[in-house]
Write a protein that binds this ligand. Structure first.
Ligand SMILES: [Fe+2]
Length: 279
């Protein structure tokens, strides 16, 4: 791998969504950066790349993928990775992220981000694949903790120990999704603060915040609503532990006006600055 330089703190960002292309281009709103879904721009041309290039001219960007399947047992998809690398050369993202999960087997894509068994064998398997990906891309990647609805009876450790071990073993960074911790803590009955306090501090490069759907006995990570107060509290605890970390809000369903997302992002800024005042 050629680049292990420290990555910048980008501040407070939003996900780039088609509904807001025109507003962003016309108004140049005060968002520090945008996260783009990598797969939306793996196309030869047309409107997606037009908007991407024009918005990139005004804002830093990071690329966030859903297709790497870093925990899968099928071979890594080098055709996909070549496209990711080409897109990265085009928009020069501050970093590239994907998820600590598997998404299919035997060439069948299950279109879901599925959790892994938390075993030593899985750590080694993922770490080997992360090293290959990082060498190919010439940079460290970020892996995100996914929300989950199942566990494996043969897991040997906690999710937080697994996540930290993968990051240490493969020298990758972590995209810590605060809402996913809240969702999984509810679904699997663990204390989200214990999760936060056991993730390696120097590996966390980015936070995700999002809303979810609470069905009572289970919470679904829907990204279709505002961030709820307990997740804001968890975000505050995360800032306290990890310090200032680039933060963005994910919204993929029931997309509101851009102003509404800006107001939500302002909440993140306020929490972060109140901690700085208290420091
Ligand atoms: Fe996320």
């Amino acid at each position: 791998m050629s680049n292990t330089e420290p990555l910048p703190n980008l501040g407070f960002g939003l996900g780039l969504r088609t509904d807001h292309y025109q507003t962003i281009l016309a108004d140049k709103p005060s968002v520090d950066w945008f996260e783009v879904i990598t797969e939306n721009y793996l196309v030869p041309g047309g409107k997606p790349l037009y908007y991407l290039d024009h918005i990139r001219a005004n804002y830093p960007m990071v690329m966030h993928g859903v297709s790497l399947s870093i925990g899968g047992t099928d071979g890594l998809n080098f055709d996909y990775l070549r496209q990711v690398k080409a897109l990265a050369e085009r928009i020069e993202p501050a970093w590239i992220s994907d998820h600590l999960c598997w998404t299919g087997v035997n060439g069948v894509n299950l279109h879901d981000l599925l959790p892994l068994p938390y075993t030593e064998e899985a750590i080694q398997h993922v770490a080997n694949r992360v090293s290959t990906v990082q060498n190919f891309l010439g940079r460290r990647i970020l892996l995100e903790n996914v929300s989950s609805y199942i566990t494996y009876s043969h897991s040997e450790m906690t999710e937080w120990d697994f996540l930290s071990a993968v990051a240490e073993r493969s020298d990758c960074l972590i995209l810590l999704d605060i809402n996913n911790i809240y969702v999984s803590a509810h679904n699997h009955d663990f204390d989200p603060l214990v999760y936060l306090h056991n993730v390696s501090v120097n590996r966390v490069q980015q936070f995700h915040l999002a809303g979810h759907l609470n069905l009572g006995n289970i919470i679904i990570d829907s990204h279709g609503d505002s961030v709820i107060d307990p997740v804001w509290s968890l975000y505050q605890a995360a800032l306290h532990r990890f310090g200032p970390v680039s933060t963005m809000i994910e919204r993929d369903d029931n997309i509101p006006s851009f102003e509404e997302l800006l107001a939500e992002l302002e909440m993140a800024r306020k929490i972060a600055s109140s901690l700085r005042l208290a420091a």
